[in-house]
Each structure stands twice: as C-alpha cells, then as structure tokens.
Ligand binder design. Structure first.
Ligand SMILES: [Zn+2]
Length: 80
C-alpha cells in the first residue's frame, strides 16, 4: 500500500539542501543549519543570513563564514 503524499514527501526529503555553519556568540556551540530554516527568518546579518537563537544557551546564533556551506541530503554531522 502506497501513500502518494508520503511518497512525495520522501522524494522531497532526498534532495540535497544547502547547510550553513552557525556558531553561538555566547557559548561557542556550533551546528549546521538547513537552508529551509535560514530562509524562514529575516536576513538581518551581513551576507543575507538571519541571526537565530542558540539552542544551547539562548544567545546569538550567527553564521560562521570560516566554514563553507555544504550540500547534503541529511544533517552534515549525521553518519549516513
Ligand atoms: Zn549558545
């Protein structure tokens, strides 16, 4: 039994997306942020990147230009 909506969701999920490196200004936590999330926030920072909230400490979570963006289907830190 196949569900066409779930099939479409899965195929969308298999497309590589751009991930950008973010670093917290307060606690130095880093993470890769999906372009879909980046695009969902107003681009308040230089380079068109939004400032978002650090998931660890609630501080300023900002784009880290020292790491080039990556194209990946899954989170770049996930073993695939
Ligand atoms: Zn933090």
């Amino acid at each position: 039994m196949t569900d066409p909506i779930m099939d479409e969701f899965r195929s969308f999920n298999n497309l590589p997306r751009e991930w950008v490196k973010y670093r917290c200004r307060s606690c130095d936590h880093t993470d890769w942020i999906d372009e879909i999330i980046v695009d969902a926030f107003p681009p308040t920072e230089p380079g068109g990147f939004p400032a978002i909230v650090c998931p660890e400490c609630g501080g300023d979570f900002l784009y880290d230009p020292s790491e080039p963006p990556r194209d990946s289907v899954e989170h770049p830190d996930c073993p695939s």
